[in-house]
Design a protein around this ligand. Structure first.
Ligand code: EPZ
Length: 414
C-alpha cells in the first residue's frame, strides 16, 4: 500500500495555483445529467472524486472525457438510471446525481453514498425533499429507488445541507412549477452550481434565506469554469503558516477565502492580495485562537477544521476549536497527538495547548481533510513522518506532491 513520506522542518516558499474546487465540480458534473447535450467544464481539478463522477456518467450511458483540466460531458445518450453500488460507495457526492436523474427520467436507483466517515451522514433531507416534490420512495436491501414526475413545492431544510440543497435545486430546474427551498446552503460551491444551471437555461434565484427555482421544460448546453478551491488554497496557506514560510497562491482572492483569511490573520499571518493571487507570510510564532467554531457558510468551514487544529498545535497559548457540523470529525486528533501536539477533546471541542515544535511520526489518514491536517503537521515537524492511506488525501488535492515539492517541501510517495 502506498505511503507518503515527508521530511519536515523546511519553511514553504514560492508560488502555486489554486485548483478548481472539488465541491463545485462534483455537483456541476452531476447536474450535467439534466442537459440533453454537451457541457464543458474548464479549470476542472484532476482528482479521484472528479474521475469517479465521470465514471458514473459513463456507467449510465453518457460520455465524460478529460482533456487535462477540461471535462467534456455529453448526456444525450444517457439511458440508464441506476447508479452502480460500487460507485455510490466511493464518494458522498454520488447522492447529488439522484435529483438530476429523477428530474430528467422520472426514476433513479442508487445506494447509500460512501465518502469520508465523519459521523452518521444520513440522506433523510434529500429523500424528504424528493417525496415532497412527488417522488415515490422504495427501499429494499440497501437499494433505493425514486419514481415519479416532480412538481414545484415549498421545502424547508432544518439544516442548510449542502448536498440536499444542491440535489433538490438541480431537480427543481425541470419540475413542473416553482420550488422554494428555505434555509438553503449558501456555500460558494452551491451558488456556483446555481450559476452553472442558470447558464444552461435554469431559473434559480437566491434571496436572504431561500432559493426559488422556476421549473423549465429543458436545459441546454453550456461551458462553465469551475471556481477556485478555497479549502485547497487554505490548506496550503496553513502549511506555509505552520512551517514559518511565505507563499503565494494564484487564481484566488482574499474575499473568496472569506472568514478563513480573517482567522489566518488572527494567528499573526500577514495576508495580502495582488492580481488575483493571495500572499501569506507566517509570523515567527503563531498566536492561539480561542473560540473558533465551525458552521455553515459564511461561518468557519468544517472542511478546514482538521487543518486549523494542526496549525494551532504550534501556536503560543491555548486555542479552542469546536466542530458543530459533523458529530465525529475527530479522527485526526489522535494522529496529531502522535506528532507531539497537546490536544484534549471535550464534547465536540478540541482544546489545543500550543507547543514549540512537533516531531515526525508514523501516521494514518482516515479521511480527506484529516489526512491534509497530517500533511501540515508532518511538514512542520522535526524529522521524518509517514502517512498511511494517502488515497484519502488524493481524493481532494490535485497535484499534492508536485505542489508541495515546488514550494520546497520534502515529500515523496513510497
Ligand atoms: C458537503 O457534504 C461537502 N461535500 C463536505 O465536504 C462538507 O464538509 C459538507 O458539505 C459541509 O460543508 C461535497 O460537497 C462533496 P451536508 P454534505 O449535507 O453535502 C447532516 C470535504 O472534505 N445531514 O451539508 O454531505 C449531515 O449528517 C467534504 O470536501 C443530515 O442530517 O454535507 C451533517 O451533519 C467532507 N441529513 C450536516 O447535515 C441529510 O440528508 C452537514 O451535511 C444531509 C445532511
Amino acid at each position: 500500500m502506498p505511503v507518503l513520506r515527508i521530511k519536515g522542518g523546511t519553511p514553504l516558499r514560492g508560488e502555486i495555483y489554486a485548483s478548481g474546487a472539488k465541491n463545485a465540480v462534483l455537483p456541476m458534473t452531476a447536474a450535467s445529467v439534466l442537459i440533453n447535450g454537451r457541457v464543458t467544464l474548464t479549470n476542472c481539478p484532476r482528482i479521484a472524486d472528479a474521475e469517479t463522477s465521470a465514471e458514473i456518467i459513463k456507467a449510465l450511458g453518457g460520455c465524460a472525457e478529460f482533456d487535462k483540466n477540461m471535462l467534456t460531458i455529453d448526456c444525450s445518450g444517457l439511458n440508464l438510471t441506476r447508479i452502480p453500488q460500487r460507485l455510490c460507495e466511493k464518494m458522498r457526492s454520488s447522492i447529488t446525481f439522484c435529483g438530476p436523474l429523477l428530474a430528467r427520467f422520472g426514476c433513479v436507483g442508487f445506494y447509500e453514498p460512501g465518502g469520508c466517515v465523519l459521523g452518521k451522514r444520513p440522506i433523510d433531507l434529500h429523500i424528504k425533499g424528493f417525496k415532497a416534490m412527488g417522488a415515490e420512495v422504495i427501499e429494499e436491501r440497501g437499494k433505493i429507488t425514486l419514481k415519479g414526475s416532480l412538481k414545484g413545492v415549498k421545502i424547508n431544510l432544518p439544516f442548510p445541507s449542502v448536498g440536499a440543497t444542491q440535489s433538490l435545486m438541480a431537480a427543481a430546474c425541470l419540475a413542473k412549477g416553482t420550488t422554494v427551498i428555505t434555509n438553503p446552503s449558501k456555500e460558494p460551491e452551491t451558488l456556483a452550481l446555481a450559476d452553472f444551471l442558470n447558464l444552461c437555461g435554469g431559473k434559480i434565484s437566491f434571496y436572504e434565506n431561500k432559493v426559488e427555482i422556476e421549473g423549465v421544460n429543458r436545459l441546454h448546453s453550456a461551458q462553465a469554469r469551475v471556481i477556485p478551491d478555497r479549502i485547497e488554497a487554505a490548506t496550503y496557506l496553513c502549511a506555509a503558516a505552520a512551517t514559518k514560510g511565505e507563499i503565494t497562491i494564484k487564481g484566488i482572492t482574499i474575499s473568496e477565502l472569506g472568514i478563513i483569511g480573517d482567522v489566518l490573520k488572527k494567528t499573526g499571518c500577514i495576508l495580502t492580495e495582488e492580481h488575483n493571487a493571495v500572499f501569506l507570510k507566517a509570523p515567527q510564532r503563531l498566536n492561539a485562537v480561542d473560540g473558533l467554531t465551525t458552521a455553515p457558510y459564511p461561518g468557519f468551514p468544517t472542511d478546514l477544521q482538521p487543518q486549523i487544529c494542526a496549525l494551532l498545535s504550534l501556536a503560543q497559548g491555548k486555542s479552542v476549536v469546536t466542530e458543530t457540523v459533523f458529530e465525529a470529525r475527530n479522527r485526526h486528533i489522535p494522529e496529531l497527538i502522535k506528532t507531539g501536539a497537546e490536544i484534549t477533546e471535550k464534547n465536540r471541542s478540541f482544546i489545543i495547548n500550543g507547543v514549540n515544535s512537533l516531531k515526525g511520526a508514523k501516521l494514518t489518514a482516515f479521511d480527506l481533510r484529516g489526512g491534509a491536517a497530517l500533511v501540515i503537521a508532518a511538514l512542520a515537524a522535526e524529522g521524518t513522518s509517514e502517512i498511511h492511506n494517502p488515497h484519502h488525501i488524493f481524493r481532494g488535492y490535485e497535484g499534492l506532491i508536485q505542489k508541495i515539492t515546488s514550494l520546497g517541501g520534502n515529500i515523496e510517495i513510497l
